[in-house]
Design a protein around this ligand. Structure first.
Ligand code: ZN
Length: 460
């Protein structure tokens, strides 16, 4: 992770925050897992009877510091057999070539980051000019691949977004007769300058981050670790080591909180960038002397011109609901090349059903007259609605009296999509409901379809 714009610029020349390069006491995390990184650049040593594994090298200048840490614990660098990585950013892998030379270890890298490491930094998203010594990659990994050595099995989880091959390492460790799930998070961070929307260099970046959070939320975790000590409060937890009791690195709640915090940050950045990438106009009145419910919202892709229009009518039994109940629909339709309109209308019982239908027709009239200014084609409307909105959509599209009253014809509607509606055969619905009450001796609904739809005569 690169923390700030300043750190980001500095990282390109191998600098970065001071604690990236400050030595830190090597220490046992749990079982055969040791911390041998700098004060913030995490490097982990996993020891086995057949040799050792290292995760992350840091920068080239971090390597001597890692060496001192490994040796301070009584282990030999030449016993390191496998070198792994969290992700292909300079602060975790620029020292790979040097570390590989020093140890003779084999280098395993997740697909997506392999070419970046092998080429010394080429093909990175965003940090295009950042370079380091190229390092031969001996094995390219895919999601769930296992790395085995001396009875230890590490599982590589592809957690992309931060980089294409960002890797979260998971494995089981034994300590004091108990088994623990260890997780080393690759990075869940949306760095300054990352484009989550309309990213030509990494188009699937937002989907990748979303996948990563699903994976991270599903991992069993007792021992929470990460590519930077800062992810899990390494310095503070290390200080707790001596105080006891218990192991401060066993922190399942901390893991869940951290992942939730980072997912919220991702969602917030994504929403902000999506709003920037589109034009949203809210609460436009569609009638003269409009009631506060006679308003609509328009969502247009940036630079929209002459696009077909989805006109959305919310549900809620004609009594409740709101035009803002659209979830991902505006974005989903914009992505497919539509302008999206979501309308409100006055509700029962303050107005009657015929007035509601006339409100919707008025709203369609506004769209017909003005949507060209918002990049829409007034002659290509698709009328859609959910539940009660489905009934209104079906009525507007099949009974031409309502559009005619607004000086329009059905010809402007190119499609009608009633979603989850059931109110088409009104007499049958009323008869079914009232028969049920009679047969079961139930109290009559005070405000059933008969009252809502203004059907006064008992149907046959
Ligand atoms: Zn990073």
């Amino acid at each position: 992770m690169l923390l700030t714009a300043l750190a980001l610029a500095a990282a390109a020349v191998g600098q970065g925050p001071a604690d990236w390069h400050e030595p830190f006491p090597a220490h046992k995390v749990i079982g055969n897992v040791y911390y041998v990184g700098s004060k913030d650049l995490a490097t982990y040593l996993i020891t086995t009877p057949e040799g050792h594994i290292l995760i992350n090298s840091g920068f080239d200048r971090t390597v001597p510091l890692v060496q001192r840490s490994v040796e301070s614990l009584g282990f030999k660098m030449t016993d390191v057999k496998i070198l792994l990585a969290s992700h292909a950013h300079s602060d975790h892998v620029a020292g790979h070539a040097r570390l590989q030379k020093l140890t003779g270890a084999k280098v395993y890298v997740m697909r997506g980051d392999d070419e970046v490491i092998a080429s010394g930094g080429k093909g990175q998203y965003l940090y295009a000019a950042d370079r380091w010594d190229p390092c031969k990659v001996d094995r390219v990994l895919k999601d769930r691949d296992e790395v085995k050595l001396g009875g230890v099995t590490l599982v590589a989880r592809l957690t992309p977004g931060h980089t294409r091959g960002c890797t979260t390492w998971t494995w089981k460790v034994e300590d004091g007769g108990k088994k623990y799930d260890v997780v080393v998070i690759g990075s869940p961070n949306v760095n300054p300058g990352f484009r989550l929307v309309n990213n030509k260099d990494y188009p699937e970046i937002a989907d990748d981050f979303a996948k990563t959070f699903e994976i991270l939320k599903g991992l069993p975790c007792d021992v929470f670790l990460g590519a930077h000590g800062g992810y899990y409060g390494m310095v503070e937890r290390h200080a707790l080591l001596k105080k006891g009791p218990g192991n401060p690195f066993v922190n399942p709640e901390g893991y869940r909180e951290y992942v939730a915090l980072k997912e919220r940050a991702f969602r917030k950045t994504l929403a902000a960038q999506q709003d920037e990438a589109r034009d949203v106009k809210r609460n436009i009145p569609y009638a003269d002397k409009a009631d506060e419910r006679q308003v609509l919202d328009v969502f247009s892709p940036k630079n929209a011109k002459n696009l077909p229009v989805v006109f959305w009518i919310h549900g809620g039994a004609w009594q409740t609901g709101d035009k803002t109940d659209v979830q991902i629909k505006p974005q989903a339709f914009m992505d497919k090349g539509f302008v999206f309109v979501s309308t409100n209308y006055r509700l029962l019982p303050s107005v009657d059903m015929a007035t509601i239908v006339r409100d919707v027709a008025k709203s369609v009239r506004w769209v017909h007259d003005h949507i060209a200014d918002y990049g829409g084609d007034p002659k290509r409307l698709v009328i859609m609605g959910h539940s009660a909105g489905a009934q209104l959509a079906a009525l507007i599209c099949t009974d031409d009296r309502y559009l005619k009253a607004e000086g329009l014809s059905l010809a402007i509607t190119k499609g009608c999509v009633p979603v989850d509606g059931d109110t088409y055969d009104v007499p049958a619905i009323i008869e079914t409901a009232e028969t049920r009450w009679r047969v079961h001796g139930l109290p009559k609904a005070k405000f059933g379809h008969r009252e809502k739809l203004g059907v006064t005569a008992r149907p046959l």
